[in-house]
Every structure is written in C-alpha cells, then in structure tokens.
Design a binder for this molecule. Sequence first.
Ligand code: SAH
Ligand code: SF4
Ligand code: F3S
Length: 485
Amino acid sequence: MTGKMYNEITLDLPLQEPDRQYYYMEKCRRHVHELEKEKGHALTFFVRTFGCQMNARDSEKLRGILLQAGLKECENEEADFVLYNTCTVRDNANQKVYGHLGYLQTLKKKNPAMKIALCGCMMQEPLVVERIKKSYCFVDLVFGTHNIYKLAELLYCCLTEKKMVVDVWDSAKAVVEDLPAVRKYPFKSGVNIMYGCNNFCSYCIVPYVRGRERSRDLEDILSEIRRLASGGVKEVMLLGQNVNSYGKTLAKPVSFAELLYQVNAVEGIERIRFMTSHPKDLSDGLIAAMRDCKKVCHHLHLPLQSGSSRILKVMNRCYTKEQYLDLVERIRAAIPDISLTTDIIVGFPGETKEDFEETLDVVQKVRFDSAFTFLYSKRAKTAAAEMENQVPEAVAKERFDRLLREVQQIASEVCGRDVNTVQPVLVECENDHQAGYVSGRLGNNLLVHFPGDASLVGQIVPVRLTNAKGFYYIGKSEKETEDGR
Ligand code: SAH
Ligand code: SF4
Ligand code: F3S
C-alpha cells in the first residue's frame, strides 16, 4: 500500500486534492472505529470488478482507499460495505450487475446496516442512474468513472446519511493521483498511462463513459514505475484504450515507443506488457521498440473487430483488411515469435455473409494465439445504434458459433508451438487443484503449471514446457534439474 496517513484531523477541511481525501480517510477511520465499538466486530468491505483491465486497476485504487478508511477486506458480498465497479461495454455486462443487485438486496435484508455502492462505466449512463433511483432504492451510493478518487469523501457521506448519495460527473475535472492502492499480486501491477478514448468506433460506448483521451506525463509514469520496482514489482502492464496514441496531445509530445524505451531502462522491472493497441496507430517505431527492448513481452493484443474493409469503414476503425494483414506481416518479420491475440465483433449492423467470410479469412491467415469474440451489442448514443439493417440475432449467433469454433481450433494448434523449449515463467500462485504445483505465466501470457512450492511465487523461473494442453502448458522447472532435486 502507498500513500500517507493523517494522524490528526486538521481543523479546516483541506481544499486541495489529494489532501482533502486523506482528511476524509481519517474521518472515516474515526467513524468506523465508533461503529465497530457499537457492533462489537470489525467492519468489512468487498469490491467486485466487472469489465476490463482499466476497471481492475481502478478497483485496486478503490480498495486502497477503503483500507485506509479503516475497513477490513473480505472475500465475498457478505460484507458491511459492498462496492460494484461496473462495465457497460455490452448489454450483458449491465444485465450481470442487475442480476447481482437482486442478491445484494437479500443480503441487506439480513444485515440492514449494510451499505451498497455502485461505480464505474455503467453509472455514467443517465438512464441507468434513473433506473437505480427508481427500482433499486436499497442502493446507498452511486458514483462514476471521473471521481473514483473521491471515494473516501463519498463513503463518509454514505455512512452518515440515510438517503441515496449520487455523484456522477459528465467529464473529468482533474486527474488526482498519489492516493493509496493495493495490488492483487505484489510482483505485478497495472499502470495507467492514459485515460479515456477519442476514437469513437461507431459501436463503442467507452468514449462516452470514460471521456476524452488524456495522457499522463512521462515523468509521472516513470516515477510511479520506479516506485513500484523498488517495492518489488517485476512486471508492469501499461494501460490505455489506445496506447499507440500515447503522448500525442501532451504539451511536450512523446511517442509510445519512446515511453517503452524509458520503462525498459527502469531497474528492477523485468517484464513490460501493454493494452490495448489500435492497429491504425501502430508505428514502425513501436515495432522496433518491441523488438529492441528486452523486457517487452512478445505479445500483442491487436483488435481486428472485423475482416471486412467495408464494415471496418462503417465501424470507423480507420484501417482496411489489407492494411491489417500487412501490419501483421511487418510485426512478424521483426519479431518472429510474437504471440498475437485479438477482439472480433460478429453481427455488426449490415454485416453480410460475405463480410463475415472476410473475417474468417483474416482469422485463417493470421492464426491468432487467441481471440475474444463478441456478439454485437447495441449501445445507447453510439452511431451504430442508429443504423438500420441490424443483423437478426439468430444469424449473428450462428456466425458467432462458427467463428468461435474456428478461433478455438487454431488457438489449440498454435498454443503448442513452444512445447519442449525452456521459457521464463513468472510464478503467480500455488496451484489450487494440484498440491505441490505452482502456476505462472509465459511472456505471451499463457499459463504454465509445474511442480514447485510457495517459495517460487513472485519469481521468474526457467521452465521446460513438457506438455501442451490446448490453452496451457505443463512444465518442469529447469532450476530443479540443475540443483539435482
Ligand atoms: N480500446 C480497446 C477496446 C475496448 S472494449 C480497443 O480499441 O481495442 C473491448 C472490446 O469489446 C472491443 O475490442 C470490442 O471488440 C468489444 N466491444 C466494444 N463495444 C462492443 C459492442 N457494442 N458490442 C460488442 N462488442 C463490443
Ligand atoms: Fe472503443 Fe474504439 Fe476507443 Fe477501443 S478505440 S475504446 S473500441 S472507441
Ligand atoms: Fe467496460 Fe468501462 Fe472497460 S465499459 S470494457 S469497464 S472502460
């Protein structure tokens, strides 16, 4: 955990951030302490995250604040303060949250002092907030994506007020950093390098709920990474909706490739990953940086979305099928062992059988290591929601199944390519299912299970990949063999 503590509440409420939030963390701690004395037990919290890596990183910040506010973290919803960090990228993400809310209501009946809070992308939609206010009045706190740093202040409000507290902002007012955060793993961390998105792909709601693209200053990013490294972090994941356009709007413009070189030079960091790359902004300079920076993992998530140039145009993706294929060729020429993964949408408005065949064609030509496939979901405010000729559900579903079979077949063939080689594995945890085994990840993010004990967790170990199992490997530590154990 990082961040400072206020031992004494100053008499005046600080106006500057983040001081104001540290003041509220202290106020919460005192209040929580009183409540605990009354109840005779510790007050607990639970945060559930829906959605992408960006939300996962936000949840680490939210959990850091809650810990400093004096609450203890617990494993499930049977807590005194439950916070859902929501996603709205597809309608099923929203439906999941509504479904879970029913469960929270039953828990609240058993523990009426329980507080229920919702934040994140879904809360940026006015219709969602209306529905929560009207039909889910047992919810105590609602806030959005632009003010997560205010959680301590909002929590204090929520603990001391009876009515629902709602605080959702239309756009980001200030980027407030230097607040506490807790990580799931002590040895790896996400690092935001930019917020928001300016691309307005015609199907996508993210620019509406995350606001305009804002890059963080290079020096701020580097000092955060240096701090993480000195705290034992070995792997960083640089996060942004379109990392390839990083730095373009800064007062002193910097390229993403330049950022990679600089992160590569940070002592203690051993692996660098990033998410997500937009094909339209992937420069030759970046390909060279990936090739030359030893710590950058040879893994690239390069969302295709569709293989049809016609559909790509309507999606506003700004590349054609041919440009995508050419890009893949250039990347593979420079980095032959690159692992490529992708996102594909099926059933975008107006998608014909021929358009879909083009997508299959790209999948067969590129042979992705894995692909996330999604059924198109109509999102409010987006350009595609207004388009006529929405594809009938049954047709989209049939294409989806066909595509899924294809990507799975290819993935299972591609995944085995490193069998019998020795690869560095960052060990994440002891294996839940098999005693005496640990699990870790390769540079390309695939899982490897191999015999080992807890002392290996957080270490990078050379492992011989003995068996390919489709989507993971079984291996054997080479360290062990050397030691003769
Ligand atoms: N910024 C990233 C993607 C973020 S959203 C990028 O540009 O690649 C993650 C994925 O969700 C997208 O790549 C897309 O495949 C999918 N997605 C986004 N909106 C969608 C929608 N309306 N319906 C179905 N899938 C969608
Ligand atoms: Fe959405 Fe496109 Fe931005 Fe990705 S780049 S978040 S798909 S608008
Ligand atoms: Fe979902 Fe928001 Fe991420 S909509 S995909 S959690 S940016």
